[in-house]
Design a protein around this ligand. Structure first.
Ligand SMILES: [Fe+2]
Ligand SMILES: [Fe+2]
Length: 251
């Protein structure tokens, strides 16, 4: 596919059995003639996975508190017990996700610079502004964790989990063959998860008595809602323009 093709243009695509009227039916017959081995059934696989699930350990644990020196007495009281770790785990999660968010926007900016936008699509200013939001949210989490006596560089279990969850999004955005619209489609997953993450964190912080932190999380939530709504609007404009055949090549 040349760089000037649009993904919805017809080109080389070797998938789809209907393209092979002779070999297709032969393959179907062959599959019927050779049923899967009875040595390993789906049930056997499920039993094995169940055993692994029971025997496997955790994917990670919370690090011990760094130091309570310099931490406000009120914060120490609020962090006592297990609930403090639950909050720190979730702060670490948002921290890691927002840091990745900056990198994702770096990738989106690069796509826009490489192939341009479309009518109703994002401008460079939009993407730069959203990138700055993600960077600011990251900074807020660093400050919040530090104020609570935690090491903001430690990866918490929830942070680890989201890093693995985001791998597909990162792969799509960093793939040189994807266009801006495809990259934004991947970014939509990150933004929707972001909205849910800030919503949950603001509720948790509020319920544990961290009023100021909860208010900051709600502000981040407002900005993430704008990100998610904007990405949805840009994608809608893209499919509508594409469907009406008005999309410039390489968008
Ligand atoms: Fe974010
Ligand atoms: Fe965002």
């Amino acid at each position: 596919m040349s760089k000037n093709d649009r993904p919805t243009d017809i080109g080389i695509n070797r998938t789809g059995i209907a393209l092979s009227p002779v070999d297709g039916p032969r393959m179907t017959e062959g599959a019927k003639a050779m049923p899967p081995s009875s040595d390993g059934s789906a049930r056997d696989a499920a039993v094995l996975r169940f055993r692994y699930a029971v025997e496997a350990g955790e994917i990670g644990h919370m690090p011990p508190p760094l130091s309570l020196r310099g931490v406000a007495e009120a914060a120490v009281q609020l962090l006592k017990g297990h609930k403090g770790n639950v909050l720190l785990d979730k702060l670490g999660e948002r921290l890691a996700f927002e840091r990745s968010g900056v990198r994702l926007y770096d990738g989106l900016i690069l796509k826009l610079e490489a192939s341009g936008s479309w009518e109703g699509g994002p401008t460079l200013e939009d993407l730069v502004s959203f990138r700055a939001d993600e960077a600011r949210h990251f900074e807020w989490m660093v400050e919040a964790m530090t104020a609570l006596g935690a090491d903001a560089t430690a990866m918490t279990p929830s942070a680890d989990l989201t890093a693995v969850e985001s791998l597909g999004v990162l792969q799509v955005i960093s793939d040189p063959r994807t266009g801006l619209a495809q990259a934004l489609h991947a970014q939509q997953i990150a933004e929707l998860a972001d909205v849910a993450g800030w919503d949950l964190l603001s509720t948790l912080a509020g319920s544990l008595g961290h009023g100021e932190l909860a208010a900051q999380c709600r502000l981040a939530l407002t900005q993430e809602n704008l990100h998610a709504a904007s990405v949805a609007r840009w994608l809608r404009a893209h499919v509508e323009t594409a469907a009406h055949g008005e999309l410039a090549r390489a968008s």
